[in-house]
Structure formats: structure tokens, C-alpha cells
Design a protein around this ligand. Structure first.
Ligand code: F6P
Length: 324
């Protein structure tokens, strides 16, 4: 391998810059050239490339977002789009790709690898932590801290006014952010897609906790949860059936994707970035580099997409017990 291309695709995540930096510097370390591809697969199709060296990635380990920018490319889903991308790679003499993103990014990589037999290694970069074969994804830890900080602030005002707050958090179809941030922020209830609570049980449980002496309550609602999907409808239902509290709704939204990456995410991204170049040099293809029990592992792309169902039952039990 003489020249590696690196791109970020799908929803951005804090730590993506640190991952790019590690890929670039690891390439330089192994005397391989590195090319940055802008706006994910879109830039691959348009040939939006720029040579990167060790200094091109200075002062970015601490920055949120991705300086290579990101996109969700519709054109890459088409055969014509992928053919254009391949032609551009050949023209630029890029031998291998490192793609940083989530399941959409890996799906695109699988098809591309199969069609053109092109070496690709992926890094899990998403705040959702919804990738199989890795304990953590880049950006997840930072997002958790952002959510906990926001809920701490909401708790102050909830408590001052004896109110109930429904706080919607991201995660797409995965409840990892909701469950872990909910525990960390001391939420009374946590609604996640992996476990259907039902509106009535929620109301009953909130009534019980009010009776037991709680003066305010926080319910963390994952955006993918069945009853949480319509959070305003849920709030109306609670207002009708739970007169004890005034109910407010906060949707945290994209603040969860921004901000300086946590130290954990910076270290994780650095380890995975170095791991990606190592894997390419070892002849690995169509794999994701992940972390399992604090060891860097490589997982077949297809394996990484086999559902994200890694919610720990024990965590659900802990959440139940400590919110009593
Ligand atoms: O995958 C990351 C994520 O932030 C999800 O949690 C969320 O559902 C989605 O992306 C939002 O996507 P967009 O920024 O395109 O609206």
C-alpha cells in the first residue's frame, strides 16, 4: 500500500478529528501517503481530495465535528455513483480507504469492497454506540457527558418548580445513550427502544415515586422508543393522567453531536486510527477496527452490522433499583 484515503461519513461525532489525525500520522509513520476525502462518499464521487501530512492534522485532536466534513450520500447508493468513486480513486492512485462512520458508512463500504475488490477498513464513529463488535464507538462517551451535563441543568430548574421533565435524547434505534446518561444523571425513568414500558406503567411508576416523597422527576426518553417517538403526545397523555406534576419537554437535539471530545474518545479514536493502518498493512480487508475489553480487535464489516442489541440487562436492573 502506497497511498491511503481517509473520509468521515454519516452523522458526525466528537473524536472523528482525532481518528483522522491518527490515520494520517500512522500512515506517515509507515511512509505511506495519506489523502483526505471531503464530505464522505460525496467527495469520493466528486474527487474532492487533498493530500495530508503530519502537520495538516495539527491542533485538531481537541476539536469536535470533522474537518473533512461529512455527508449522507444518496449517489453512492447507485452503481453509477460508486463507479465514479472508483474511477477517482484509481486516478488519484489511492490503494486503500479508511472510512469513519456508522452503519450506513459500513453498508456502503461493504458494497464498494465487493464490487471493486477495494481494500477498506472502517472505524466506528457515531454517538449512538449502535455498532456490533465494539464495546464503544467514537463520540459516544462525549455525547454521554453532554447529555448528563444538560440533564443536571434541567434538574436544577425541575426541582425549583416541582416539575416533571421529559428529556429526549438521540441514539436512533439504540438506547445506549438514554440508559447510560439516564443512570449517570439520576433519572427517575428511562425509556429505551429495547424495552417497551408502556404509557400506563410509566404513569403508575411516576405516581408511586411522587407519593414516596419525590418533588420533581426526570424521564429520559430515547428518540427510538416506541412511546417516546411522539414525545409531545406522551407529554399530553401524562398531563391528562398525572395531575401531580406540571410536565415539560426538552429535546436535546444536535448539541449531543458537538463539542470537544472527551479524553476517552480522543484516546479511543487514536488507538482505532493506528489500528486501521496496522490492519491494512496486515492485509486485512472489509473489516472494522473496534475495542473489546480494552483490546483493539478487527471485526468483519458484516459482523459489525448484526444488530446493536448490546443493552446490558444488568444496567436496566441498576437503573430500576437506584431510581426507587
Ligand atoms: O447517528 C447519529 C444521529 O445523531 C442519531 O442519533 C440521530 O437519529 C441522527 O443521527 C440524526 O441525523 P441528522 O443529523 O441527519 O438529522
Amino acid at each position: 500500500i502506497k497511498r491511503i484515503g481517509v473520509l468521515t461519513s454519516g452523522g458526525d461525532a466528537p473524536g472523528m478529528n482525532a481518528a483522522i489525525r491518527a490515520v494520517v500520522r500512522s500512515s506517515v509513520y509507515h511512509t505511506i501517503e495519506c489523502v483526505g476525502i471531503f464530505r464522505g462518499y460525496e467527495g469520493l464521487i466528486e474527487g474532492d481530495f487533498e493530500a495530508l501530512n503530519a502537520r495538516s492534522v495539527k491542533n485538531i485532536i481537541n476539536r469536535g465535528g470533522t474537518f473533512l466534513k461529512s455527508a449522507r450520500s444518496e449517489e453512492f447508493r447507485t452503481k453509477e455513483g460508486r463507479q465514479k468513486a472508483y474511477n477517482n480513486l484509481k486516478k488519484a492512485e489511492i490503494d486503500a480507504l479508511v472510512t469513519i462512520g456508522g452503519d450506513g458508512t459500513f453498508n456502503g463500504a461493504i458494497v464498494f469492497n465487493e464490487e471493486f475488490d477495494f481494500p477498506i477498513v472502517g472505524l466506528p464513529g457515531t454517538i449512538d454506540n449502535d455498532i456490533n463488535g465494539t464495546d464503544y464507538t467514537i463520540g459516544y462517551d462525549t455525547a454521554l457527558n453532554t447529555v448528563v451535563e444538560a440533564i443536571d441543568k434541567i434538574r436544577d430548574t425541575a426541582n425549583s418548580h416541582n416539575r416533571l421533565f421529559l428529556v429526549e435524547v438521540m441514539g436512533r434505534d439504540a438506547g445506549d445513550i438514554a440508559l447510560n446518561a439516564g443512570i449517570g444523571a439520576g433519572a427517575e425513568e428511562i425509556l429505551i427502544p429495547e424495552q417497551d414500558m408502556g404509557r400506563d406503567r410509566l404513569v403508575e411508576s411516576l405516581k408511586r415515586s411522587k407519593k414516596s416523597g419525590k418533588s420533581s422527576s426526570i424521564v429520559v426518553v430515547s428518540e427510538g422508543d416506541q412511546i417516546g417517538k411522539n414525545i409531545l403526545g406522551l407529554a399530553d397523555y401524562i398531563r391528562e393522567n398525572l395531575k401531580e406534576y406540571e410536565c415539560k419537554v426538552t429535546v436535546l437535539g444536535h448539541i449531543q453531536r458537538g463539542g470537544a471530545p472527551s479524553c476517552y474518545d480522543r484516546v479511543l479514536a487514536s488507538r482505532l486510527g493506528v489500528g486501521a493502518v496496522d490492519a491494512l498493512l496486515n492485509g486485512e480487508r472489509a473489516v472494522m477496527i473496534g475495542i473489546v475489553h480494552n483490546k483493539i480487535v478487527s471485526v468483519n464489516f458484516k459482523e459489525s452490522l448484526k444488530g446493536s442489541n448490546k443493552i446490558d440487562e444488568d444496567l436496566i436492573r441498576v437503573a430500576d433499583i437506584i431510581s426507587i
